[in-house]
Design a protein around this ligand. Sequence first.
Ligand SMILES: [Fe+2]
Ligand SMILES: [Fe+2]
Length: 208
Amino acid sequence: MLMHRPQSTPEAASYIERLGELLDDCRCESYSLHDHSESVASLAEMLAVGAALSESDCHKAWLGGYFHDIGKIFVTRKIHFKPGALTSSERQVMRQHPALGERLLVGSAFESVAPIARHHHERMDGTGYPDGLAGNRIPMLARLVAVADFYVAYRENRTNRRGHSHSDTLILAEGAAASGHLDPEMVRLLVQTADTLDLPVAAASVLN
Ligand SMILES: [Fe+2]
Ligand SMILES: [Fe+2]
């Protein structure tokens, strides 16, 4: 798979490699931000292909998935891998990663996916961050990547919990759509695509 991984120019390939190394630095024993990003990219791409989006949007879905958490490279390991709940000031720091990611991508070869990084934590009911956008005001590919991120995050083992099963995660995603968090159309797409979910090896190492 990974049809839409950018390989068009040597500059783009080397830039994505360098950012990939920064994502890879962000790891602890049981969790790798790079593996998380690869998994979200692959699933976002599958959802985009499943929705018959244009080649350009499938490409952006992969890239946006890969870079959605790139702003976390500025968050300290102490906060990122803290086993317990974050304090309110730590949460404030963590919540800056979408805007930081956007700033890193603007002006780069991957500027077109900066809005995905910025808006992947918005919620359909407007209670997300950083801008509190609601419904269709959230860019479509950010809503798609948010669903891929949700699925991958719940499947992964984290420092303080084991990952959920595939079927439990789909139920959680449907609940999140019903409660105004995720886009119901995108969750429907996830459920339809679920039978064919075939995440690559990078994902298999973090998914149970
Ligand atoms: Fe994030
Ligand atoms: Fe994420």
